[in-house]
Design a protein. Structure first.
Length: 309
């Protein structure tokens, strides 16, 4: 199997750099939660009732306490979601857009404050990472904002400071050459090796989605892909250390890793958003957090390289 590793530095494509100068890559919603009325469970139910699919609702305080002996938050939840119809339209048009199917919502409330916060990526930020400019992204953003405002009445919405210049690839892309028709064995072998590589490096798979099954409406309509899988992957040391200073970066976690093959293609593609998005978009400067992020990037790359060599 011949290996191709493609690095995509997408900071200056399609004019997104100029768009981002006007605002940051994250929206942050703040709402008074003195009475504890707003919970991740309420947010999940509201999203589901409005056309979103919840891939995972991962409460992080318990694992924080088990592994690190403490947590700074009364609420810290990583929620991965996608709008069913709009996400399907996007993936059918742009093969790598599955890195945001699902996309992340960070939900958090510090022990020393009364407000609950929800963070999400802007449409421009998602487009910048993927290197695309499609109105579907704005439609997804608009609907997500509408639902958040609906479930958190009285919430204020702000945009993060302008993203710092990226210091590495925003999207890491790997390709493995395979036979265009006899690809199943290669796919199974790569998937097995990738999945087996996660745990020894401290990664946890919070969700797996056979998205091609959803694209084909349970095998009743055509899909442009032979297979299309997404994995939601997180590393507890990364999330814990970044949350110390930049909890809004939870919108990047878990990272969605996409694994697919277009029909007729002789390549299997694997891609994931790099940690340089966390560093630039959320302005992560804490040395411990930066070290953990860079270790995670190196480990993730090494796992994929070993699987497709």
């Amino acid at each position: 199997m011949k290996l191709h590793v493609l690095w995509a530095l997408l900071c200056l494509v399609l004019g997104f750099s100029n768009a981002q100068a006007k605002g940051g890559d994250l929206y942050i919603f703040d709402v008074d939660n003195t009475k504890g009325a707003y919970t991740p469970e309420l947010i999940e139910k509201t999203l589901e009732a409005n056309g979103f699919y919840i891939s995972a609702n991962s409460e992080m305080n318990k694992p924080f306490t088990i592994q690190f002996g403490q947590t700074d938050y009364t609420i810290f939840t990583l929620m991965t979601v996608f709008e069913l119809e709009l996400s399907e339209a996007l993936v059918r048009k742009h093969e790598k857009s599955g890195v945001f199917v699902p996309m992340g919502l960070g939900i958090y409330q510090h022990k020393n404050e009364k407000s609950l916060h929800v963070s999400m990526l802007t449409a421009e930020a998602m487009g910048k990472i993927m290197g695309i400019n499609d109105p579907i992204l704005k439609k997804i953003e608009t609907k997500t904002i509408e639902v958040i405002k609906k479930m958190l009445p009285g919430a204020t919405m702000r945009q993060s400071e302008a993203a710092a210049k990226a210091s590495g690839p925003l999207l890491s892309i790997f390709e493995a050459e395979v036979d265009a028709q006899e690809w199943q064995g290669s796919k199974d072998e790569i998937a097995m090796m990738v999945e087996e590589g996660f745990k020894p490096k401290g990664f946890v798979m919070s969700n797996y989605t056979d998205y091609n099954f959803m694209l084909t409406k349970q095998d009743t309509v055509e899909s442009p892909y032979d297979f299309y899988d997404t994995y939601s992957i997180c590393k507890l040391k990364v999330i814990y250390n970044v949350a110390k200073t930049r909890p809004e970066a939870a919108a990047f976690a878990p990272c969605t890793f996409v694994f697919y093959k277009l029909k007729g293609s002789d390549k299997i593609v694997l891609a994931f958003p790099g940690v340089y998005n966390w560093i630039g978009s959320a302005h992560v400067t804490d040395e411990t957090a930066l070290e953990e992020l860079k270790i995670a990037q190196d480990d993730f790359e090494a796992i994929i390289q070993a699987a497709i060599e």
